[in-house]
Design a protein around this ligand. Structure first.
Ligand code: ATP
Ligand code: MG
Length: 281
């Protein structure tokens, strides 16, 4: 099966290329591994202005597993992953991940948490303080630099995570359901903030979610996965202009596309990958 988006002819090294990747885990200890990700191929071409791709799929289908293979934290059993043209064979210095269960380092201040990632990339102290402060201001935490993360709300801690990730200014940012634990209003605020921040960065964000509205509001492209084992069942170019206000949720085309995606997720077990046309054309 070819999951490539035909009309996007790559002109530069793709952001990410996944070729026929498989990964299996035992369902019970001491049993034979059963597939969690099955023959996934995906091309995310380079875009001058950056790109925002959502991975959408039911819980337990294999989204985090695939993301971990892009970041190099997990090796595929079969197939290859390339990030900016280089085969990923271990933790990739070109990508950074906001994990599904985010925890700030409690022994560091808010500023220290953001500086930490920069330190691991060899940025010298004066520069890293400047960059960390700038990104914490961008996420509205300029007045909490010396706070302990435990003094912050969940939403604020997640803003520290986003600041820490984006401050690294890496070309590939992997986000694993970063807003999953937040209440609806905080989540909407965070979505807006993330889009605002991302628009200046020109990087690739791969954003895992099982929330259809979130995927439609944030992404340029939505790759939809079946239930375990994850296979690509749909590849949608999102047609909405930016900026995308929350009021888009009530737009008739938005509602229609949501319904299509609900139907796909509902029938994702029985759907064969070749029975659904590509790119939502
Ligand atoms: N290290 C592991 N050992 C054994 N099984 C695993 C391991 N990691 C993941 N799995 C299994 O692989 C499948 C896919 O897991 P994964 O975490 O990728 O799903 P997901 O799509 O991210 O789900 P969610 O939306 O709930 O986060 C699940 O059935 C999970 O139990
Ligand atoms: Mg997950």
């Amino acid at each position: 099966m070819n999951n490539y988006v035909d009309e996007q002819k790559p002109t530069a090294t793709p952001f990410v290329e996944i070729r026929n990747v498989h990964k299996a885990f035992p369902i019970q200890p001491n049993t034979k591994p059963a597939p969690a990700v099955e023959d996934v191929s995906l091309l995310i071409p380079h875009q001058e202005e950056g790109d925002f791709v959502a991975f959408l799929g039911p819980s337990g289908c294999g989204k985090s597993t695939l993301l971990q293979m892009i970041s190099g934290l997990l090796a595929p059993d079969k197939g290859e992953v390339y990030a900016l043209g280089k085969q990923v064979s271990g933790p990739d210095p070109q990508s950074v991940t906001v994990p599904q269960a985010y925890t700030c380092f409690p022994w560091l201040t808010v500023l220290g948490n953001v500086e930490f990632g920069l330190k691991t990339h060899g940025i010298e102290p004066v520069e890293r303080r400047k960059i960390a402060t700038e990104y914490l201001r961008k996420v509205g935490l300029g007045d909490r630099l010396d706070a302990n993360p435990r003094q912050l709300s969940g939403g604020m801690q997640q803003r520290v995570a986003i600041a820490r990730t984006l401050a690294m200014r890496l070309p590939i940012v992997l986000m694993d359901e970063p807003f999953g634990a937040l209440d609806a209003q905080t989540r909407a605020d965070m979505q807006e903030m993330l889009l605002h921040l991302w628009q200046g960065e020109k990087n690739l964000v791969v954003f895992v979610t099982h929330d259809i509205s979130e995927a439609l509001l944030l992404a340029n492209r939505i790759v939809v996965f079946s239930s375990r084992p994850a296979r690509i069942i749909y590849d949608l170019q999102v047609p909405f202009e930016r900026p995308r206000p929350q009021s888009l949720l009530y737009d008739s085309q938005f509602v229609k596309l949501s319904q299509v995606l609900v139907g796909l997720l509902k029938h994702s077990e029985s759907e064969s990958p070749d029975s659904v046309s590509q790119s939502g054309k």
